[in-house]
Design a protein around this ligand. Structure first.
Ligand code: HEM
Length: 141
């Protein structure tokens, strides 16, 4: 559960990422496909070369979803309800992959936030990614 301190840390650092917002999703996906190549099987119709147009464009969609979750931390479930159905029923993404993507986002956040990405900020985002992954994978149960 996100504490009020976690929420503040997320919202403050997320605002600072503003100028990089368009590219962090693509960077995270590029890391995902490079580090965990098995994740590529979900995107047979994409050009998955590093930072390709497909990867960047899809990254922007993912970040937009994270942005709305961050703007509605009290109602992540409601905010991501459609995506939950999509990932479970249509895409059938194995929930383990959400953990892999979260790892990649942590590295990207650290690369942009530098020293500001301290242990407390890491913990706050870790909890956030857990919440998001829970919502996106709960329809499997
Ligand atoms: C599509 C968000 C994790 C596979 C999408 C879309 C969004 C999204 C916003 C576009 C939906 C639309 O076009 O209406 C997220 C978020 C994630 C996440 C917020 C976790 C933080 C994953 C993971 C995988 C995955 C881990 C698999 C490794 C896909 C696929 C599509 C998709 C295959 C469809 C791509 C297409 O054909 O356009 N996701 N996703 N997602 N996602 Fe995710």
């Amino acid at each position: 559960v996100l504490s009020s301190e976690d929420r503040q840390l997320i919202q403050a650092t997320w605002t600072k990422l503003g100028p990089h917002m368009d590219k962090i999703g693509g960077e995270a996906l590029t890391r995902l496909f490079c580090t965990f190549p098995q994740t590529k099987t979900y995107f047979p119709h994409f050009d998955l070369s590093p930072n390709s147009k497909d990867v960047q464009h899809h990254g922007q969609k993912v970040v937009k979803a994270l942005d709305s979750a961050i703007k509605h931390l009290d109602n992540i479930r409601g905010t991501l309800a459609d995506l939950s159905d999509l990932h479970a029923y249509n895409l059938r993404v194995d929930p383990v992959n959400f953990k892999l993507l979260a790892k990649c986002f942590h590295v990207v956040l650290a690369s942009h936030l530098g020293g500001e990405f301290n242990a407390s900020v890491y913990l706050a985002y870790d909890k956030l990614f857990h919440c998001v992954a829970d919502v996106l994978s709960e329809k499997y149960r």
